[in-house]
Structures are given as structure tokens and as C-alpha cells.
Design a protein around this ligand. Structure first.
Ligand SMILES: NC(=O)c1ccc[n+]([C@@H]2O[C@H](COP(=O)([O-])OP(=O)(O)OC[C@H]3O[C@@H](n4cnc5c(N)ncnc54)[C@H](OP(=O)(O)O)[C@@H]3O)[C@@H](O)[C@H]2O)c1
Length: 274
């Protein structure tokens, strides 16, 4: 069972969840319900993943009370702007079959569009209206965060960004810490790029865990929330089983040294895709 992190608005977020990117729409309800039954409490989705219906259905099929499940969705790039973001969120809630989400994120800043500030104002309205209990952002860099905080006085609770051993983003994480923003790691396994790295292999051998478990444990110990994806039941179980061991200081330092600033995904400063 996962630990919880405190958000800057008084709510809490499970530290471990599972992600639904590239989970086929036809199997999303089954994957979601199965993951929730095995102990996950956070399901990370997005309008662009095309599987919000299954995400909501899986929450219902799990049999868990609604307030025991933390549901995230995201406003896609083409829906940025105040009015569009309001409408897009209503459409997401309809597809989910829910009257609110626990966390609503702006998916990417899309700096060239210059609409993320208006979009952030829409998320503030949606929180006031109870359509999202908490609001945050994804793929924001320091200037984008500074601008929305400076203009609105509202600090996102979460910034969901790419973090894995080859892309650790220490400067951005320090900014988050200074402002009470939870770092949430996407593509946390980094496409397997570090499974064979010596510090990961050594920690796996020492602890009797897999390389994936060592990497997910590293996310937990740097204080991040983490949302791995697996379409395999065994993979989901393996990724949940990371709370009965600890990486020691030397292992954490050795994994920290793997950082080379290399992204798997796009650079948020350049990514403006509709
Ligand atoms: N905000 C954003 O812009 C953004 C961008 C990307 C992703 N995300 C979110 O982050 C979530 C996770 O990122 P991701 O899906 O890119 O990558 P990930 O969780 O780092 O990796 C998923 C890949 O790793 C494999 N895998 C999972 N568990 C494993 C294990 N224990 N051992 C070996 N391989 C394992 C999966 O294959 P199997 O299915 O075969 O296990 C899949 O190929 C997404 O689902 C999404 O919710 C957000």
C-alpha cells in the first residue's frame, strides 16, 4: 500500500499510482479496476489518451468508495484558453462519468500558444466550482510556473514532469520544493534505459528486487509521486511492491550520478503540438 504526500491546498495524494497512456481504450476499465483492487489508489489519465470512459468505468468496477480513489485528468493542448478549458473539462467529466476529479492538470505549457495563463485561470474557476478538488500543471518549466503563480497567486499542487535516472531535473525539483509543489514523475522507468546501469543492478542484487522496483523506489525516496504504467497484471503487482525495502545513501548517490539530462519525451519549451 502506498504512502501519501501532502498537497499545498490541504489535500493529499498517493505517492504511487499508475498511468494510462497507451493503455488501449478497450481494456482500460479492466486494467484500472484490476490495479485498484490490487492496492493502487491513484489513476493518472488525460483527455488525449482517449480512454477516459474506461478510466471512470474502472473506478466504478473496482468497488472502492469514490473518495478512496484519486483520479487525475489533463486538459489537452488544443483546448487551452479560458472558455475552451472549461468546456474540455466538462467533456472529460462526462466521459469519466464523474462529477469531479481529484486533480486536473494543464498537460503542456505550449509556450508558443501563450494561452497557459488563461488556461490556469480556468482551472482556478473549476476548482472553485468543485469540478476539480486540486489543480496543477504538467511539463511546466520554472518561467511558466513563476508566471502563473505571479499573475494569479495560486500555486499548482503538482507539476507532472519527465523524471527518470537519466533525466533527474534537480534544479526544477528544488524550485518545486521551495514553492510546496509536489513533483510527479512521468515515464519513471525511462524506457528501460537504466535497467542495466551498474548502480541499479547492484541495488537490485543487494535488495532482491528488480531493476524497475529499484528505480521506482528511488522516485519514492527523492520525495516524488510516481505513476508507472504496465498493461501486464504481473507488472502492475511488481511496481506496487516497493514499500518493503529501502535504498541506502550510497545507492541513492550512485543513482543520482546517472543523470545526464537526456529526455525520452519532448522538450516542453519547444512542444506546441495541437
Ligand atoms: N504528462 C505527460 O506529458 C506524460 C507523458 C508521458 C507519460 N505520462 C504519464 O506517465 C505514465 C507512465 O509513463 P510511461 O507510460 O511513458 O512510462 P513508464 O511507466 O516509465 O514505462 C512503461 C513501460 O515500461 C514497461 N514496464 C512497466 N513495468 C515494468 C516492470 N516492472 N519491468 C519491466 N518493464 C516494465 C511497460 O511495459 P508493460 O506494459 O509490458 O509492462 C511499458 O513499456 C503514463 O502512463 C502517463 O499516465 C504523462
Amino acid at each position: 500500500m502506498t504512502t501519501m504526500l501532502s498537497l499545498n491546498d490541504g489535500h493529499q495524494i498517493p505517492q504511487l499510482g499508475f498511468g494510462l497512456w497507451q493503455v488501449p481504450a478497450a481494456s482500460t476499465a479492466e486494467t484500472t479496476a484490476s490495479a485498484l483492487r490490487m492496492g493502487y489508489r491513484l489513476v493518472d489519465g488525460a483527455a488525449i489518451y482517449g480512454n477516459e470512459e474506461g478510466q471512470g468505468e474502472g473506478v466504478r468496477q473496482s468497488g472502492l468508495p469514490r473518495d478512496q480513489v484519486f483520479v487525475t485528468t489533463k486538459v489537452w493542448n488544443s483546448e487551452q484558453g479560458f472558455d475552451r478549458a472549461l468546456l474540455a473539462t466538462e467533456a472529460s467529466l462526462k466521459r469519466l462519468g464523474l462529477d469531479h476529479v481529484d486533480l486536473l492538470l494543464i498537460h503542456w505549457p505550449c509556450p508558443a500558444k501563450d494561452l497557459y495563463l488563461d488556461t490556469w485561470r480556468a482551472l482556478i474557476r473549476l476548482r472553485e466550482d468543485g469540478r476539480a478538488l486540486s489543480i496543477g500543471v504538467s511539463n511546466f518549466q520554472e518561467p511558466h510556473l513563476q508566471r502563473i503563480i505571479g499573475e494569479t497567486g495560486v500555486t499548482p499542487v503538482v507539476n507532472q514532469v519527465e523524471i527518470n535516472p537519466r533525466l533527474q531535473q534537480p534544479t526544477l525539483r528544488a524550485f518545486h520544493d521551495q514553492h510546496g509543489i509536489v513533483t510527479q514523475s512521468w515515464t519513471p522507468l525511462g524506457q528501460g534505459r537504466s535497467f542495466d546501469a551498474a548502480p541499479v543492478r547492484a541495488a537490485a542484487l543487494r535488495s532482491g528486487k528488480s531493476p524497475a522496483q529499484v528505480i521506482l523506489r528511488w522516485h519514492i525516496q527523492i520525495g516524488a509521486s510516481v505513476i508507472p504504467r504496465s498493461t501486464r497484471e504481473a507488472g502492475l503487482r511488481e511496481n506496487l511492491d516497493i514499500f518493503d525495502f529501502t535504498l541506502n545513501d550510497a545507492e541513492m548517490a550512485a543513482i543520482a550520478a546517472l543523470d545526464e539530462g537526456a529526455r525520452c519525451g519532448p522538450d516542453p519549451a519547444q512542444f506546441n503540438m495541437a
